[in-house]
Ligand binder design. Structure first.
Ligand code: GLA
Length: 413
């Protein structure tokens, strides 16, 4: 009898161990997004009008233009690459647009020193009406791993409404577990538009989460599309308020893919890029890189600005002072440095002045204080590419309409 009991206890204990282990296995891949992901995505510029030639040409352009060497690694195919599921339920690429298949495309992208991403959806269909992953999560994750996929953006269309809506936390965790079980390290991008506060639960589930609805290429507009709307640069920027505490290495707020290159004015493109860097946002290019204006390439490859975004501390910046038209933003950086940007939201050039003695700079949330009364920082103008003074005197200058100035304050020269 004792032996039976002992065996029973052993079975129970091993069952418990298995349960604990299976719980422990439910995790995202670590170490794949220690700094905000950088790359390109097809959606903002091409929508559903994509095919394998476009993706190959884009990969070539990223590799040859200097974008890859500046850090843009991921070539992400958004909605509409999908064909039908095969007879076993495995998803296939659209045979007309991607006749060589995704594996061949992934090889092509990898051969150029880049990584490749795909898009799917937690519902029955994607936002573009293609097959979603609901009910096929493990199968899709296995297929992505077989193909060599490195990044998955996972959308939230067709997930039901009202009481019938999927629980977002569970739906995203299910795909996380499926990806983990498939065994290929992958960046998991949660795209549920901020509706269910993904910043509160996303850290254990994915590597980045959209904080808002879709971006659109205007400076300060919101455009309605029936039951949803898209937002320009300033409204998206404003919606980031209060979220900085949730971001850090491996888990980022995502204010959406960039419209840099798609905005009408050069200064707007520059300001958008700099502000995304101040936010420690993923830097996902959303424009035509094959026929890129050299001035846009120059913005996107600015090393100093990229270093702000990619700073290892992973602290999201914040506005420290605001006037009706100007915002002064701070982002603590590695080595005691900090980034300082002045954004001009208005339609006219404005003069700015920041007196370090009158307005001390600090970030209570991270226990950091610039202590400009005792430390002299060298002021490096990142857009002009040179040092322009020190924090011994107030920072003054002019910033054009819809534009930005940005500095790295260097603690040791
Ligand atoms: C949603 C997403 C977009 C894009 C489209 C594709 O709107 O938020 O970023 O992926 O779907 O249909």
């Amino acid at each position: 009898m004792g032996r039976v009991y002992k065996t029973f206890a052993t079975v129970c204990a091993s069952g418990l161990t298995a349960l604990v282990l299976s719980h422990a296995r439910a995790q995202k891949f670590e170490g794949v997004a220690e700094t905000p992901p950088m790359g390109w995505n097809s959606w903002n510029h091409y929508g559903c009008d994509i095919d394998e030639d476009l993706i190959k040409q884009t990969a070539d352009a990223i590799a040859q233009s200097g974008l890859r060497d500046a850090g843009y690694t991921y070539v992400n195919i958004d909605d509409c690459w999908h064909g039908e599921r095969d007879e076993d339920g495995f998803i296939q690429a659209d045979p007309e647009r991607f006749p060589s298949g995704i594996k061949a495309l992934a090889d092509y992208v990898h051969e150029r020193g880049l990584k490749i991403g795909l898009y799917s959806d937690a519902g029955r269909t994607t936002c573009g009406g293609k097959p979603g992953s609901q009910g096929h999560e493990y199968q899709d994750a296995k297929q992505y791993a077989r193909w060599g996929i490195d990044y998955l953006k996972y959308d939230w269309c067709a997930t039901g409404t009202g009481e019938d809506q999927r629980n977002p936390r569970e739906a995203y965790a299910l795909m996380r577990d499926a990806l983990h079980a498939a065994g290929r390290p992958i960046v998991f991008s949660i795209c549920e538009w901020g509706d269910n506060k993904p910043w509160e639960w996303g850290e254990d589930v994915g590597h980045l989460w959209r904080t808002t609805g879709d971006i659109i290429n205007c400076w300060d507009c919101e455009v309605g599309h029936g039951n949803w709307f898209s937002s320009g640069i300033l409204p998206i920027l404003d919606k980031q308020a209060g979220l900085r505490a949730y971001a850090g290495p491996g888990h980022w707020n995502d204010p959406d893919m960039m419209e840099v290159g798609n905005l009408p004015a050069l200064g707007e493109n520059r300001a958008h890029f700099v502000m995304w860097a101040m936010l420690a946002a993923p830097l996902i290019i959303g424009t035509d890189v094959v026929n890129m204006d050299p001035k846009i390439l120059e913005i996107l490859t600015n090393e100093g600005v990229i270093a702000i975004d990619q700073d290892p501390l992973g602290i999201q910046g914040f506005p420290i002072m605001k006037s009706p038209d100007l915002e002064y933003w701070v982002k603590p950086l590695e080595g005691g440095d900090f980034a300082f940007a002045v954004l001009n939201r208005s339609d006219e050039q404005k003069r700015y002045a920041y007196d370090w003695a009158a307005h001390p700079v600090g970030d209570n949330a991270n226990g950091w204080n610039a202590d400009t009364a005792n430390i002299r920082y060298t002021v490096s103008d990142l857009l002009r590419g040179r040092d322009v003074g020190t924090t011994e005197t107030p920072l003054t200058g002019a910033v054009p309409a819809h534009d930005v100035v940005v500095f790295r304050m260097k603690k040791n020269g």
